[in-house]
Design a protein around this ligand. Sequence first.
Ligand code: SAM
Length: 214
Amino acid sequence: MRLRNVKGSRETIAANDYVVHNETGMKGHWHELFDNDNPIHIEIGMGKGQFIMELARRNPDINYIGIEKYSSVLVRALEKRELGPEMTNLYFIRMDAEYITDVFDTNEVDRIYLNFSDPWPKDRHAKRRLTSTHFLGLYDQLLAPEGRVIFKTDNRGLFDFSLEQVPEAGWILENYTYDLHNSEYNEGNIMTEYETKFSAMGTPINRLVAYREK
Ligand code: SAM
């Protein structure tokens, strides 16, 4: 998702207290920002933020950080947040996930959500897929021992690729389904913007949970 340049989005983001601007300086210090020792869950590529905002609302004892690459998209999440309830357990970062290990320290993150990540269909771009062995190797550096990566997508090609990448990276597949909404894993599921759109069209939603033995 890359929305047309939204006028003033950079300025709006710069002035927003819930966007962390010194993200590399926070490495190893995220608990100080939240002022508690609650677990930290992040979503990479949160888009307009529907999923993470609802998660944060339902789970005040978990700290959430939503990461989005584009200002034009993040600004939409900020607008949505303004309309919702006040929450102190949710912050945002505008950044490319490629630099995630500059931002989070070893064991600092307890869960990583990847929702409807860009498929990068060309073989030569496979490394850019957020479930590639390259990215799993980065997540390994920040994920706590009991940590999990939870990935949802409508894209069967990307999902099959991800199912292969998990063991190739030395990770373990905890569970997976090709039809989340008709599975035992659907209880408590929070729909993302893309999930709402694709499931309305009748497309089944794939989901996997992966971890590595530490
Ligand atoms: N997660 C949302 C949903 O399910 O509705 C948005 C899905 S959209 C297809 C993918 C989002 O991931 C886009 O907003 C895109 O800008 C963001 N994204 C893609 N690659 C990224 C990266 N390397 N780092 C951070 N965000 C990224």
